[in-house]
Design a protein around this ligand. Structure first.
Ligand code: NAI
Length: 339
């Protein structure tokens, strides 16, 4: 069963008092995939979406026909590359979510996906820059630490880059962290609010358990940190070669998209989500993208929250994450700027 989307009172009010004219056109690129399909199902439930536009290289007409029978108010269209499909999918979009690309198999790191996914993301970003340059771009395709800089460089080349509108989706890391901590502490997940900063792969994922308000033993901290950093591997291993996290990722992707819709369409204030965005915390070290809690507003990034107090162990995690992030980010940039 899929969880119903979390809708704030503001969103419900916006729905009941508005016409669909101020709701958003949202595109999912890679919509027929393991993440794309359940993500599209969850987004079909949003009253803040007027048009759900599904693009993939295959199978979207079927996915769109199926979802279009659900009696929520959004229109659903399916697009494939033929007959200007990508242009039609993107034109007029307010938000574009990108889960297109290959997932990991056992033994692979997210960086191993670079060769295939970098060009997929580059080409989709090029089309976004042309057909919906003002859309908010939400990148799920891995390696996020590199694919987000790829989108930035493509948008810069097209002279349409707005750093407030580009997000790497790291929500799954906090969703996992919340769940894992709630299991250990035997508390409701709503009470397990864990800040996770850095990036979205292995050691670049930095949970700040000391900020949770709960006490952990040293062993618990080490075990939890490792599980949050490498939780994706548990799913890859259990799926035994058939893919990586899709359902939990769809849940996390829908949570982030719904939060952005609440901020941009419904005008809700104080919407805070963790996300990998352009920021200058470690600019001196050559790292210009970093995930922290970010307040979302009408134009995307409203305010980047500070990292806050960290203990010595967490400082060590940050120190390990920064050089790795730098390499990942530079790899993405170099892919676009190579001669
Ligand atoms: P999948 O293989 O099930 O689906 C990918 C879809 O992308 C397929 O339907 C494929 O046809 C489509 N696609 C390929 N090239 C395309 C193109 N040029 N244009 C449009 N669509 C295209 O893979 P899955 O499991 O849905 O994963 C997708 C991506 O999301 C992977 O890169 C995976 O690593 C990543 N991911 C990210 C997470 C995160 O936390 N940010 C978590 C889990 C996965």
């Amino acid at each position: 069963m899929f969880a119903a989307p979390r809708l704030s009172a503001v969103a419900k009010r916006a729905f009941s008092t508005s016409t669909s004219s101020n709701a958003a056109k949202v595109a999912v690129l890679g919509a027929a995939g393991g993440i794309g399909q359940p993500l599209s199902l969850l987004l079909k439930q949003s009253p803040l979406i007027s048009h759900l536009s599904l693009y993939d290289i295959v199978n979207t007409p079927g996915v769109a026909a199926d979802l279009s029978h659900i009696n929520s108010n959004s229109k659903v269209t399916g697009h494939v590359p033929e007959n200007n499909g990508l242009k039609d999918a993107l034109t007029g979009c307010d938000i574009v979510v990108i889960p297109a690309g290959v997932p990991r198999k056992p033994g692979m790191t997210r960086d191993d996906l670079f060769n295939t996914n970098a060009s997929i993301v580059r080409d989709l970003a090029t089309a976004c820059a042309e057909h919906c340059p003002k859309a908010h771009i939400l990148v799920i395709a891995n390696p996020v630490n590199s694919t987000v800089p790829i989108v930035a460089e493509v948008f810069k080349k097209a002279k349409v880059y707005d750093p407030k509108r580009l997000f790497g989706v790291t929500t799954l890391d906090v969703v996992r962290a919340s769940r894992f901590v709630s299991e250990i502490k035997k508390i409701p997940t709503e009470d397990a609010k864990i800040t996770v900063i850095g990036g979205h792969s292995g050691v670049t994922i930095v949970p700040l358990l000391s900020q949770s308000g709960y006490k952990f033993t040293e062993e618990e901290v080490k075990a939890l940190t490792h599980r949050i950093q490498f939780g994706g591997d548990e799913v890859v291993k259990a799926k035994n070669g058939t893919g990586s996290a899709t359902l939990s990722m769809a849940f996390a992707g829908a949570r982030f998209t719904n939060s952005l819709l609440e901020a941009t369409v419904a005008g809700k204030k104080n919407v805070v989500e963790p996300t990998f965005v352009q920021s200058d915390f470690f600019a001196k070290e050559g790292v210009d993208f970093f995930a922290t809690n970010v307040e979302l507003g009408a134009n995307g990034v409203e305010k980047i929250h500070p990292i806050g107090q960290v203990n010595q162990y967490e400082q060590g995690l940050i120190d390990a994450a920064v050089p790795e992030l730098k390499g990942n980010i530079n790899k993405g940039k170099a892919f676009i700027n190579k001669a």
